[in-house]
Design a protein around this ligand. Structure first.
Ligand SMILES: *Cc1c(COP(=O)(O)O)cnc(C)c1O
Length: 393
């Protein structure tokens, strides 16, 4: 027996372990400290009432002989696939039924899709990066190269035609920077990918947070994207499904490759995956009803209000930041030239506020810091007040 030696090359998930470690030490020494966690990468508001109602109803159906369901068919139930198809029509995107695959979330599909590609491909990711893109490729021994997302390019690197890449990850609106490509910028990536014969793995997990009309909700809003983009989306951030688990992946039939990627993905999923629970697919369907949309938009508006509170506070402190407008993430430049961890320690010890050091997401995160809008209004406002006092008080 030989193990997959590539696992030895996967970096330890040092970031959140180190944050937890420093927080534990601080709390041990200051047991009465009132800590505000502004580094949360998870939603906090509950599922919408329409979603819960749909789950209850589906659970009852599962308990009756007449309406009980067994194995899920192919790529998902008709009712949910059609709901996703109609949702995309809102963006002017016309998808074929068989291009939509229901999944248990974006993270698993982002990793699983690599089954379709040879190990001998060069993978391009932007840095700072959502670590999943790198780790999944390192696990299967692929070469990963980086495009620098920096303050100079607004954390939105554009393609460099002299760089050869085969698989390109784009996450927009971005985790961790909150930056989002406009249609014109995304068109440059699509043109580049087509010229290279590359595929773009497009992560639109945060599309529901977009407010800027120039920022596309789907890559397929861009001409030519159907030739080169696989899109991953999820109800995790859209509708609070992080613990409920449901997403959808779009694999166009028109993708240009030396094989039928759509057919390969169907084959892969029907071989290694048995679908998402009926109850959960009914819950997901409810997200796309008018009632569900109204309710989830209220929750998103709540988080967006937190982002505004954070942005106003940082403006008042004279701290430069990115994101926030189309995203639950605020990516700030640590004041006075401080390093990410230096700022983390100062914020923890002087303001009792916890955030996420940017350098945990890659070398270009050095000197930056991520705050999230997943807390309450009250705690967000209090955190902002404490940061102001710490820096200006
Ligand atoms: C949260 C998140 C997802 C969603 O993952 P799920 O597995 O659907 O919960 C996908 N991509 C990014 C960048 C994320 O931050």
């Amino acid at each position: 027996m030989k193990i997959n030696q590539n696992y030895a090359n996967v970096k330890k998930s040092y970031l959140f372990i180190e944050i937890a470690h420093r927080l534990r030490e601080y709390v041990a020494a200051h047991p009465d400290a009132d800590i505000i966690k502004m580094g949360i990468g998870d939603v906090t508001l509950p599922l919408a009432p329409a979603v819960v109602e749909a789950m209850r109803k589906a659970a009852d159906e599962m308990g009756k002989k007449e309406t009980f369901r067994g194995y899920v068919d192919d790529n998902g139930y008709d009712f949910l696939i059609n709901a996703v198809k109609n949702y995309y029509a809102n963006f002017g995107v016309d998808l074929d039924y068989w291009e939509i695959f229901i999944s248990d979330g974006a993270k698993s599909d982002l990793g699983n899709i690599l089954d379709l590609f040879d190990a001998d491909n060069t993978v391009l990711v932007t840095d700072p990066v959502y670590p999943v893109y790198v780790d999944t490729n390192v696990m299967s021994g692929r070469r990963v190269i980086f495009a620098d997302a920096t303050e100079e390019n607004g954390f939105l690197p554009l393609p460099d035609p002299s760089v050869k890449a085969d698989i390109i990850y784009l996450c927009t609106p971005n985790n961790p920077t909150g930056a989002a490509y406009t249609r014109a910028q995304l068109k440059q990536w699509v043109d580049y990918a087509k010229a290279q014969g590359a595929v773009i793995l497009f992560d639109s997990a945060y599309e529901a947070f977009i407010t800027d009309p120039d920022v596309p909700h789907s890559a397929y809003e861009i001409e030519g994207a159907r030739d080169c983009v696989i899109e991953f989306c999820s109800l995790s951030k859209t509708a609070g499904f992080t613990g409920t688990r449901c997403g959808y992946t779009i694999v166009p039939k028109t993708l240009k490759a030396d094989g039928d990627l759509n057919g390969m993905w169907l084959r892969r999923q029907t071989t290694k995956f048995n679908g998402v629970a009926y109850v959960i697919q009914r819950a997901a369907e409810a997200v796309f009803t008018p009632e569900g949309q109204r309710q989830i938009k209220e929750n998103i508006a709540y988080y967006q209000e937190n982002a505004k509170i954070l942005m106003a506070g940082l403006d008042r402190c004279g701290i430069k930041y990115f994101g926030g407008k189309n995203s639950p993430y605020i990516w700030l430049k640590c004041p006075d030239g401080m390093g990410s961890w230096e700022f983390f320690d100062k914020l923890l010890s002087e303001a009792n506020v916890v955030g996420t050091p940017g350098e945990g997401f890659g070398k270009n995160g050095k000197g930056y810091f991520r705050l999230t809008s997943f807390s309450t209004h009250e705690k967000t406002a209090e955190a902002v007040e404490r940061i102001y006092k710490m820096l200006r008080g």
